[in-house]
Write a protein that binds this ligand. Structure first.
Ligand code: GAL
Length: 647
């Protein structure tokens, strides 16, 4: 397992480069990521390329045994290019061209941008094709599925719709554009969502198509660059660094043409007092491993207190730098690259702290990082070992986008139930996979399929088959609500899943910040919030009923036998403990071994392969934890990781 750092030679005097590289080598840093925002230095004027400075930096790192990841600089077109070709700049929903000077100022569809992108990426790939130290390529930076409203994008969107619907009649029908007299009689009338409206005011079917196309565009932009790199370096290892941004790309498609997944991992430095507030980043790490169902990299890892577009946050507490990086390994990362070596003394991000402070005097955080490097070295032969799980959670890119377009109720957030279910199973010391809703699930014993809001018949059929053949599925409220166009289905909820779960929704109550509670048959009561499906059982057995309000006594949680398997339906959003109770019951019944008595916020995961099994025990909390596991007395300091290798 390798540790790297993000480094910006262009931000520092050249004398520092060698000094930094030497210290990196002494500390155990194995690689650096370079150049992802440096277009203005790589091509100072149109067609004039200057790679000498990058050659020099790469050379210095090579002498010190440090490998390089090159970032293509397309996130930041230089000023000369924006001035010469303003058509490369994206247009916002106010119809105005976005100003330059921050970053991300490029329209993925602009033919001019493509031309200049193709040229700089091609030049870089050609120049470094024989350079042994360049071990991987990062495309752009944190690509997002933004909607650009320029004319190129508008025309592209109209063509895309023509392809999809064939006729305006079909489109009007799919969009229900008769509502508010929105019917189209010409393709040219279809504009992007101008006006800066809250998306919930806009037609949901129309909006979801924009999201879909924006996700395709960003995927295509990455593929375009990857193809160019591969045309010079056929065996190049190519990635892009992603994160959970507002306009989420479709990770599964985005990475399909890339070699590995990279994630920018910034867990919190403020551990919440409220245990209902799930702070662990394990869920995001498991999502990333699930994207290609392969191990991944962290391309940016938390190093110090963060702060740029928000006030500065708490510094990394002792244990976090080491612990959070090892946690990423424990969930399937093979390489962790820290953002950043030294805190910037210039530019907008000078308060987003690196491993070393502005003073350039290494202190506490750096000492901890040095320990991490040693620890990672010891885990070297775990590289490419696998995480195997009996439990999977389905992630729905489409539903995630649709919920953002139409918030369901106050406080409702798609990720929350993913987190609650993940947490419930992880609580018992299990590996948990989080995978694309469209993938094969036959290898699992238990599949959580929360909030499948946009209905895909194939997904629904697969879940039925899975249960029929003996699997256990868990569905939740807001499943089967919408058809593929993002319109409501005219059937009792959960529509296509009704037979599977053996119950239906008689009515629902979006209680938002209000509360209710559910009482289980054994008398245990849990608070619930945001959403209450008032259920009626068809064939299902009732596990819990509402305890308050006019639907007191109505079913809230049910279980149904389906074929050889079992289907649970959770009609509300409960406290953490409610999901833990359900998970324990499900694990017992499904015959999956688990650890019953782990302290809260202690995670246990395993990586297997290369003739070993590594058990990772992580204290993801700011309190010491003393407990017994498999007959061993363990005492973990805050954020401490214990890794035990078994033959
Ligand atoms: C990431 C981004 C980096 C840097 C970092 C800290 O989102 O990729 O370039 O901006 O955040 O702000």
């Amino acid at each position: 397992m390798r540790i790297g750092v993000d480094y910006y030679p262009e931000h520092w005097d050249e004398e520092l480069w060698a000094q930094d590289a030497r210290l990196m080598a002494q500390t155990g840093v194995k690689l650096v990521r370079l150049a992802e925002f440096a277009w203005c230095r790589l091509e100072p004027s149109d067609g004039q390329f200057d790679f000498a400075w990058l050659d020099k930096a790469i050379g210095i790192f090579a002498v010190n045994g440090i490998d390089v990841v090159i970032g293509t600089p397309t996130n930041c077109p230089p000023r000369w290019l924006c001035e010469k070709h303003p058509e490369i700049l994206p247009v916002g929903d106010n119809g105005q061209t976005n100003p330059i000077g921050i970053r991300g100022h490029r329209c993925f569809n602009s033919p001019t941008l493509r031309e200049y992108t193709g040229r700089i990426v091609g030049k870089l790939a050609e120049h470094y094709k024989d350079c042994k130290s360049v071990i991987a390529w990062q495309i752009d930076n944190e690509l997002e599925a933004n909607i650009c409203c320029c004319e190129v994008c508008n025309n592209k969107h109209r063509d895309w719709l023509r392809q999809k619907y064939g006729t305006l009649e079909a489109l009007n029908k799919a969009y229900g554009s008769v509502v508010w007299s929105g019917e189209y009689s010409l393709w040219e009338q279809i504009d992007p969502p101008y006006g800066g409206y809250n998306t919930a005011w806009l037609n949901p079917a129309y909006m979801l198509d924009f999201r879909r196309r924006a996700a395709e565009d960003v995927t295509e932009f990455a593929r375009f660059q990857a193809d160019i790199i591969r045309s010079h370096i056929p065996d190049a290892k190519i990635t892009t660094n992603t994160w959970f941004c507002n306009n989420l790309p479709d990770f599964y498609n985005l990475f399909a043409s890339l070699d590995f997944v990279s994630y920018d991992n910034y867990p919190t430095t403020s551990i919440p007092d409220d245990s209902e507030d799930i702070h662990t980043h394990a869920v995001y790490l498991d999502i990333m491993r699930g994207v290609k169902r392969k191990n991944f990299w962290i391309m940016e890892e938390l190093s110090g207190g963060i702060g740029t577009w928000m006030p500065m946050q708490k510094t990394t507490r002792p244990g976090m730098i080491k612990g959070y990086a090892l946690q990423a390994f424990a969930h399937g990362a093979d390489t962790v690259v820290h953002f950043r070596w030294r805190t910037a003394n210039i530019g907008a991000e000078m308060h987003w702290h690196g491993l070393i402070d502005h003073s350039n005097v290494p202190r506490r955080r750096f000492a901890e990082f040095a320990e991490l490097c040693k620890e990672a070295e010891k885990l070297k032969n775990l590289e490419s070992t696998e995480i195997r799980s009996d439990v999977a959670i389905l992630f729905s890119v489409e539903s995630e986008a649709a919920f953002k377009l139409q918030p369901q109720t106050d406080g409702y957030n798609y990720m929350e139930q993913i987190k609650l279910l993940h947490q419930a199973f992880a609580r018992y010391g299990l590996n948990v996979d989080i995978i694309d809703e469209h993938t094969d699930i036959s290898q699992y014993k238990i599949v959580c399929a929360p909030e499948l809001y946009i209905t895909d018949k194939t997904v629904a059929d697969r879940l039925h088959d899975f249960a029929r053949n003996g699997g256990t599925v868990i569905l939740t409220a807001r499943s089967g609500v919408k058809d593929e166009h993002n319109n409501c289905i005219m059937e009792l909820l959960p529509t296509v899943y009704r037979e599977l779960v053996g119950c239906h929704v008689s009515e629902y109550d979006p209680i938002g910040w209000g509360t209710n509670s559910v009482r289980f048959e054994d008398g245990e009561v849990f608070k619930c919030k945001q959403w209450c499906d008032v259920l009626e059982a068809d064939t299902a057995e009732v596990l819990a009923r509402y305890d308050c309000d006019f639907y007191k006594g109505s079913p809230a949680v049910t279980v149904n036998r389906y074929g050889k398997g079992t289907a649970y339906y959770v009609g509300t959003i409960g406290e953490r403990r409610m999901y833990e109770k359900l998970a324990e019951d499900i694990l017992c019944k499904a015959g999956v071994a688990y650890i019953a008595d782990l302290p809260e916020n202690v995670e246990v995961t395993t990586r297997t392969g290369n003739g070993v099994t590594a058990q990772f025990i992580f204290n993801d909390s700011d309190e010491e934890k003393a407990f017994t596991l498999d007959g061993r007395e363990l005492h973990l300091m805050p954020f401490e990781m214990n890794c035990t290798l078994k033959k």
